[in-house]
Design a protein around this ligand. Structure first.
Ligand code: ZN
Length: 293
């Protein structure tokens, strides 16, 4: 009975419609602006984006992890194709947390950086991954400002750099963690979060420690009908959950189907990023947190 009531309460904001993606749209537009230079090494676009996200975390009332919300790392190798980077170039993860009633942690992650520039060509990276970054910041907003996430958990928010060059930022975090991985109940990585006409895919869905969470996600969706389908894949080194999944239960969720502007092309723009399913996806994540034992 109590759970049914909770679900009804969760669904109420659906009536508000497109208004609920306004914050995400603003963040995606800002992160894909020409002055972010595709959020790569060129013209320090990655650092401009990081400073923007740090200010947003501060404004929303997160507490800092690392060095004033930054965890610095350096790129180990030079790359000559996008993302073009120089060995030794310094970038950063942007990291914060919100203490809850217990120190049991739920961790949300997304990579905020993208391919940067190749000559004059800018890779805007709306789908990949301004969209996942915006969703994580929306969860910051829900947890910190609105208190709309269950308050029994301590929430950790990790926005990684260096993903496109080979998971450099998240690997650094896994090697030099700023949290106790033993206290992490669940980590959710969001990468490629525009669109979703065909549902959602969950990566690392079939390990003994993660399967119960995916089963619960499916059960919630069976009752609420928030997305057409939830697919499952074995673990793969295709996003930032990879190195972290060795230390805690970690899922990577991405959308299936459009609309989005493109993938690893200059066409991956804010205008191409459909957010028609966005609010339902976030509602599904909130419902999962509510229902977790
Ligand atoms: Zn990505």
């Amino acid at each position: 009975m109590r759970k049914t009531l909770l679900l009804v309460l969760l669904l109420l904001p659906l009536a508000a419609g497109a208004q609920d993606s306004l914050y995400a749209r603003r963040l995606i537009r800002d992160l894909t602006a020409p002055g972010m230079y595709g959020r790569g090494m060129q013209r320090s676009g990655d650092s401009i984006a990081a400073a923007y996200l740090r200010a947003e975390m501060k404004a929303l009332g997160l507490r800092p992890l690392g060095d004033d919300y930054y965890q610095y790392f350096r790129f180990p190798q030079t790359r000559t194709r996008p993302p073009i980077v120089r060995a030794g170039y310094r970038s950063q993860n942007v990291v914060g947390y919100l203490p809850g009633a217990t120190d049991t942690m739920v961790v949300f992650t997304a990579h905020y950086e993208h391919l940067g520039m190749n000559g004059d060509t800018v890779f805007f990276g709306a789908h990949d991954n301004a969209s996942g970054t915006a969703a994580v910041m929306d969860l910051v907003r829900m947890a910190a400002a609105d208190r709309r996430l269950p308050q029994r958990y301590t929430y950790v928010f990790l926005l990684f750099g260096g993903e496109e060059a080979g998971l450099v930022g998240s690997r650094h975090f896994a090697d030099s963690p700023l949290i106790d991985f033993h206290k992490v109940k669940l980590l959710l990585n969001l990468d490629l979060f525009c669109g979703g006409d065909e549902g959602l895919m969950v990566v690392n869905a079939d390990s003994d420690e993660t399967r119960p969470f995916v089963d619960l996600l499916q059960a919630v969706n069976d009752r609420l009908g928030l997305t057409p389908r939830i697919g499952r894949r074995a673990n793969a080194p295709n996003s930032d959950h990879w190195y972290l999944s060795a230390h805690c239960p970690a899922l990577f969720i991405y959308t299936l189907g459009g609309p989005y502007g493109g993938y690893h092309s200059p066409d991956d723009t804010c205008d191409g990023c459909g957010l028609g399913h966005y609010h339902r996806h976030l509602t599904l994540i909130r419902a999962l947190l509510e229902q977790m034992p």
